[in-house]
Design a protein around this ligand. Structure first.
Ligand SMILES: CC(C)[C@H](C(=O)O)[C@@H](O)C(=O)O
Ligand code: SF4
Length: 465
């Protein structure tokens, strides 16, 4: 019978059935300071050991400062969380990339860049944006803390299989339309729960032509459409990205791995439970106006009016979003002033993202009323950006150039906004209070964020000369 890529990955990792669920083997377990402490406590209480420390890798990302390498920089609670991670890793022989380490970074940035994530793997992490790694042709998804404990103890996970969905993006990308605009547009079309219960495979020319970094941006936000995971079949772009990375297979192992990876695609006649087709020509630079990522429009478009939604729940949610975001139905966002700009997060803090923003900023200055920060996704990204002189471009324009971490994406450190601050943010969630109590978040691409910083308000970058 014909199979989808997801079916194939699932089948390869199936080790048995338990009470109606299935048991999957996990190839790579990524951990960070927020969702691992209770899992380690659980193991200790039960007198269990970590079964495969060699398949587990830890990094610090959420609770760290972006101004100081000190673990104490963001208060006692954060320091305790970080020191607990250190102790748990030492006690269990797990490799940890602490702040200051040249491999440290946001878990979804550092994993792929170290070559830890290979096509055909199963990858989990106690973090919802684990879907990012699906860009590598990997079955990758977020798990809860009790599941983190289960994986630490057994290197397996109980799961039930999701449905297959394919999103095919074809046509021609308009100028200034980035991977972020494409995924925001997709979520706008299918809704923030539009892929619930499904694993999405992204396909079509537009996806094929994307770099690995762009594919990661797309897969990263699968969870914002409710999907279990996002996937892209591996190809030459994937192999070229992986080759020579520290954890990638080498020599003969590389050759045989490549042969296997080439088979990792959906069969031509595979059936999907749901198919969505997206025409790239219809996509312009996007900006969210609401409090979930599906509440999004093209920058030149008018906001909807609540009455335009047929569904009563969507009407109510649109009205609530307008109230919270201090916006009016049918308003346009061009010229709406912003007070803050955040370039960072596991969606948009890779080198291409920083390059996109820097290209726009070069030789210009941040508007006087705007506070703008750039937070590279990892130490490697920071180093590469500095070798290209991007840090100088940002600081000369008036941006702050920070240390890598999650930062203002969710403000578990001191990078938070105050009530009424309006932020053009390259992150992935615009939930109420996400960047600080009463703060107003608009999700955009790095280019759109850069333009907002310079002009002090949202700009239709495709209309600029
Ligand atoms: C802290 C962590 C559990 C959380 C997640 O799972 O996504 C965070 O990364 C986020 O983006 O909200
Ligand atoms: S950057 Fe944001 S979305 Fe990504 S893992 Fe960190 S907090 Fe979560």
């Amino acid at each position: 019978m014909s199979k989808t890529l997801y079916d194939k990955l699932w089948q390869r990792h199936l080790v048995g059935d338990v009470d109606g669920d299935q048991l999957l083997y996990i190839d790579r377990h990524l951990i960070h300071e927020v969702t691992s402490p209770q899992a380690f406590d659980g193991l200790k209480e039960k007198g269990r050991k970590v079964r495969r420390p060699d398949k587990t890798i830890a990094t610090m990302d959420h609770s760290i400062s972006t101004r100081s390498l000190s673990l104490d920089a963001c208060g006692e609670t954060n320091a305790l969380q970080l020191r607990t991670l250190v102790k748990n890793c030492v006690d269990n022989d797990i490799v940890l990339y602490p702040v200051g380490d040249e491999r440290q970074g946001i878990v979804h940035v550092m994993g792929p860049e170290q070559g830890m994530i290979w096509p055909g793997m199963t990858v989990v992490c106690g973090d919802s944006h684990t879907a990012t790694h699906g860009a590598m042709g990997t079955l990758a998804f977020g798990i809860g803390t009790s599941e983190v404990e289960h994986v630490l103890a057994t290197q397996t996970l109980r799961q039930s299989k999701a449905k297959n969905m394919r999103i095919t993006v074809s046509g021609t990308r308009r100028p200034h339309v980035t991977a972020k605009d494409i995924i925001l547009y997709i979520i706008g079309q299918i809704g923030h729960a539009g892929a619930t219960g499904h694993v999405i495979e992204y396909a079509g020319d537009v996806i094929r032509d994307m770099s690995m970094e762009e594919r990661m941006t797309v897969c990263n936000m699968s969870i914002e459409a409710g999907a279990k995971a996002g996937l892209i079949a591996p190809d030459e772009t994937t192999f070229a990205y992986l080759e020579g990375k520290p954890f990638a297979p080498k020599g003969k192992s590389w050759v045989s791995a490549m042969q296997d990876w080439q088979t990792l695609k959906s069969d031509a006649d595979a059936l999907f439970d749901r198919e969505v087709r997206i025409d790239a020509d219809a996509i312009s630079p996007q900006v969210t106006w609401g409090t979930n990522p599906a509440q999004v429009v093209g920058i030149a478009d008018k906001l909807p009016s609540p009455a335009s939604f047929t569904d009563i729940t969507m009407q109510t949610s649109a009205q609530a979003a307008f109230d919270y975001m201090q916006l009016e139905p049918e308003q346009r966002l061009v010229n709406l002033p912003v007070s803050h700009v955040f370039i960072g997060s596991c969606t948009n803090s890779r080198i291409n993202d920083l390059q996109d923003a820097a290209n726009f900023i070069k030789g210009k200055s941040v508007a006087e009323h705007v506070t703008a920060i750039v937070v590279p996704g990892s130490s490697q990204v920071k180093k590469q950006a500095e070798s290209l002189g991007l840090d100088k471009v940002f600081t000369a324009a008036g941006f702050e150039w920070r240390l890598p971490g999650c930062s203002m994406c969710l403000g578990m450190n001191d990078d938070t906004l105050s009530e009424g601050d309006r932020c053009a943010s390259t992150s992935n969630r615009n939930f109420i209070g996400r960047q600080g109590r009463g703060a107003l978040t608009h999700l955009v691409s790095p280019k759109m964020a850069a333009a907002a910083a310079i002009h002090g308000h949202f700009v239709d970058i495709s209309a600029l000369e």
